[in-house]
Design a protein around this ligand. Structure first.
Ligand code: NAD
Length: 474
């Protein structure tokens, strides 16, 4: 289902006429095409500033990804990475004066790790105020701070939390031009995990994530090697509900990045499943997750085909909407069973039988309905909210095995499901986001693939909304 306002906006003349009437059309989001590359931020101009101690770490993260790094106040150690006899990179660092900017800014990164009092927030204002208007279309803003609970003094905790309010608001201001903003809270000692996260949120692959909080911690061991290209080569993934929609797009994306993918769906969807997975030679697995023995059956199948898995994507889900008074118990039970209980049963089986490998990755599909609630969806919202509780509770246990687990909560995504929503409701769903449009299944697959990648060891127990910064569930 195409978005007629985005189609209109593609025509420059129409865009101008409508703009003259005081109405702005949504900016078509720039999305990445094809597999991951060696230079994820190739030729992007990223300005880095701040009041923290991460300038060297940030420069070391951004330079190898192909970005032109513009630093304000670099330390001598950071400068030596780019200049002088010990330099590691050529021609990709530029030093800026206090209020300077460059011609076209693709990203603004602010290090707020040393801000420990509300008064010090002025430095954040001083960095963004002269530069925000130079941010180009679909630009990115990232603010990096220390987790609120690391601060002992209440004033310091207040300042750390203030970063969230700032980011959520600035995301609304830049959303009209397709821009996004996120805050990354980095635990002390987990600085070496930031690199892949920055590369993702500064790239086109995070086009529909806006106003979100990423918590980076060191509870899971980091891999020694993080490949830029084909990051999932040699890995085996299991995707449930892979016949269509988000599951089909995700299975294809994981395969594109090198994974062998076991694609599960219901036996009655055999034809659709085979059509979806033929191009990347996915391994079909037909079983209904609502059956009591499904977990056992799936574990046995994996043992006999690939021996084990490295990545599990709990994607299969159903909606059975009815207001509570009209909802039959069987509809309630089925929704909770497939969307939540089956996820727990399968995870338990894969862990108990040691089928999910050490250094594994697990991603569960939640929904903004599980955060905000939705009319007629008490069963669905309960199941998706349950996923959030499950992910947060199981993360520390899985961390001991080197496994990360996160939830992705999609907002309004242009699928068969949302195309069936009545026009007015559909328009409200689209326009209530910072970027005034819905997302695409690709936006969810990109996020899942990022969370499933070896480099994403610093992100576990997170709930990432992929909703364009929707007002719903805020
Ligand atoms: P979809 O209906 O297009 O696909 C879901 C797949 O799961 C189907 O192929 C279906 O056959 C499979 N499935 C359902 N029950 C199953 C069972 N018992 N056993 C095995 N397979 C089963 O849905 P989608 O829109 O792609 O959604 C995927 C996930 O994302 C779901 O968990 C959904 O709740 C969540 N989500 C989607 C959106 C959205 O806008 N599309 C928004 C929020 C959350």
């Amino acid at each position: 289902m195409s978005d007629f306002l985005i189609k209109l906006g593609k025509n420059t003349a129409t865009r101008k006429i409508i703009g003259n009437l005081g109405v702005s059309l949504p900016q078509e989001l720039q999305r990445a095409e094809g597999p991951w590359t060696t230079l994820p931020l190739g030729a992007k101009n990223i300005l880095v500033g701040g009041a923290g101690h991460l300038d060297q770490c940030l420069a070391e993260s951004l330079a190898p990804s192909g970005a032109n790094v513009y630093l304000t106040n670099p330390s001598p150690e950071t400068l030596s990475l780019f200049q002088g006899p010990q330099k590691k990179w050529d021609d990709s660092l530029f030093v800026l004066e206090e209020e300077d900017s460059c011609d076209k800014v693709d990203g603004l990164v602010f290090d707020a790790t040393s801000i420990d009092h509300p008064d010090a927030l002025t430095s954040m204002y001083k960095f963004f105020h002269p530069r925000i208007r130079s941010l180009g279309k679909c630009g990115r803003i990232v603010v990096i701070g220390r987790p609120v609970n690391e601060h002992k003094a209440p004033a310091a905790a207040a300042a750390a939390h203030a970063l969230e309010g700032f980011v959520r608001s600035v995301a609304k201001e830049i959303g009209k031009k397709g821009g996004t903003a996120q805050v990354v809270y980095v635990e002390t000692g987990a600085e070496d995990r930031i690199n892949p996260i920055l590369q993702f949120i500064l790239s086109k692959r995070s086009a529909f994530i806006s106003g979100q909080v990423f918590n980076v911690n060191k509870s899971v061991t980091a891999p020694t090697e993080i490949p830029f290209e084909k990051p999932l080569a040699g890995k085996v993934a299991l995707v449930t509900g892979a016949a269509r929609g988000i599951g089909a797009t995700t299975a294809a994306k994981l395969a594109e990045e090198g994974a062998k993918v076991i694609c599960l769906d219901r036996p009655e969807d055999e034809e659709t499943l085979n059509e979806s997975i033929g191009a990347f030679k996915g391994i079909p697995l037909l079983y209904d997750l609502s059956h009591a023995d499904a977990a056992e059956h799936i574990a046995k199948f994996i043992k006999e085909t690939t021996g084990s898995v490295d990545i599990v994507i709990h994607n299969a889900g159903i909606t059975r909407d009815k207001t509570l008074g009209k909802m039959k118990q069987e509809v309630w039970d089925l929704t909770i069973n497939i969307n939540l209980s089956a996820v727990i049963r399968l995870t338990n089986e894969l862990i108990e039988k040691a089928i999910l490998n050490e250094n594994g990755r697990m991603v569960c599909l939640s929904s903004i309905a599980g955060i905000a609630g939705n009319f007629g969806q008490t069963n669905y919202a309960a199941s998706k909210s349950g996923i959030i509780g499950y992910v947060q509770a199981i993360a520390p246990t899985l961390a001991k095995k080197g496994i990360t687990v996160n939830a992705v909560a999609p907002g309004f995504i242009e699928t068969r499901m949302t195309a069936a929503i009545p026009f007015i409701t559909r328009e409200a769903g689209r326009r209530l986001s910072n970027v005034s449009q819905g997302g695409l299944p690709q936006d969810i697959s990109e996020t899942i693939t990022f969370l499933a990648s070896p480099g994403c060891s610093g992100v576990t127990g997170n709930i990432i909304r992929v909703c364009g910064g929707s007002l719903i569930g805020a």
